[in-house]
Design a binder for this molecule. Structure first.
Ligand code: SF4
Ligand SMILES: [Zn+2]
Length: 360
């Protein structure tokens, strides 16, 4: 990265590491044979409505977050993990525990596998555990879709050929945190530690195996005004569509513990995005092109101070509209929403960069 951006990036890395402090050492003791979390929720499965089982496997966590580069500025997923890497058998047992949640569910079912890191990183998920988990999925005809998360540098031909061979003709997507299509924003505001070319390379490999890419787009990383964040998310969605991404998952920043974002938020230097910004990005994201691409959004802590929020009066209605939009892929679900606070949001968009005050 060119000077002085490289220096700024180093300063952000240092601040991210400092914000994390010794929180990893304080990670909870967990049963290594049980997942960190599992839940079932209504979901869009391809073009149908069905159920999604999400499972967060407990591992040592994201290599980027464990490294000296400190991880991403908004992410505390590492805290979901464990100190000592579970064995391959324990990881498979975690997945089997989660599968019990869908014993009686009707098809179509989607399975989302999260690890608070990368499912394709051998250090987190030993190859034998990965293959065993894929085999368990392949035996269940109700499972029509599999979504797996990984950083792009772990997406390889050998892993994807196994994935495709075992899961046969199921719809497969790899969730990757693109966050922003702008290399500078991704580096300086997010400290993501990969560039757009690495993402594109993973996308090309995935396409060879007819595997889709679910790109996570971050709305409002730190150091951007509300308006700049809004514009960046809109242009990132446009870029992603051009690249051939199959699904966009729009993720408004939520303030997670022991992160740089939390430190800024506590000092009054950061506000999570307005729900109006989320609505605007979804509206613009669906109207930019006639090339169909699924766009989903489920704001974590939506309507609360640590999540995307408006004035408090309209938040639950807006959250409901966002959920309906995501489930039905129906743009009319996010039309005709109103509240007096929309004026304040518009004021923020116009004036925040001049006033240099974060409007909380
Ligand atoms: S957002 Fe993803 S890549 Fe970044 S630290 Fe968290 S788990 Fe790692
Ligand atoms: Zn309102």
């Amino acid at each position: 990265m060119e000077e002085p951006l490289g220096e700024i990036n180093l300063a952000v890395q240092k601040a991210t590491l400092q914000a994390r402090g010794n929180s990893i050492k304080k990670r909870m003791k967990r049963d290594p044979a049980r997942p960190s979390a599992k839940w079932v929720a209504p979901a869009r499965v391809g073009r149908e409505e069905g159920k999604a089982l999400a499972v967060v496997l407990s591992t040592i966590g994201c290599a980027h977050a464990r490294s000296d580069s400190g991880g991403c500025t908004m992410c505390s997923y590492l805290l979901d993990g464990v100190h000592e890497q579970p064995t391959a058998e324990q990881i498979v047992a975690q997945f089997q525990t989660a599968l019990k949640e869908i014993e009686t569910a009707a098809p179509p079912i989607s399975i989302k596998i999260y690890t608070s890191g990368s499912f394709f990183d051998d250090e987190e998920i030993p190859p034998e555990a990965r293959t065993q988990i894929l085999r368990l999925i392949s035996r269940d005809e109700r499972i029509r879709e599999v979504i797996i998360e990984s950083r792009p540098e772990y997406v390889s031909e050998s892993i994807l050929s196994t994935l495709r061979a075992v899961l046969a003709d199921r719809n497969i997507e790899i969730g990757m945190g693109l966050e922003s299509a702008d290399d500078t924003i991704r580096a300086v505001c997010i400290n993501k530690a990969f560039n757009l070319n690495t993402f594109k390379e993973a996308l090309r490999t995935a396409k060879k195996y007819n595997v889709g890419i679910r790109a996570y787009v971050l709305l409002k990383p730190p150091f951007l005004t509300e308006r700049d964040a809004l514009l960046d998310a809109i242009s990132t969605i446009e870029e992603a569509r051009k690249m051939g991404v199959t699904t966009i998952s729009l993720n408004p920043v939520n303030v997670q513990k022991e992160t740089l974002v939390e430190k800024l938020w506590i000092k009054g230097n950061y506000r999570p995005p307005w729900l109006w910004s989320v609505i605007e990005v979804l509206r613009r994201g669906t109207s930019t092109s006639d090339k169909w691409m699924k766009i989903v959004c489920d704001p974590v802590a939506g309507g609360k101070p640590r999540g995307a929020h408006n004035c408090g009066k309209c938040d639950s209605d807006i959250m409901e509209a966002i959920r309906r939009f995501s489930l039905k892929q129906d743009p009319t679900a996010i039309q005709n929403l109103s509240c007096d606070c929309i004026n304040q949001w518009e004021h923020v968009l116009k004036h925040e960069d001049f006033s240099l005050v974060v409007h909380r």
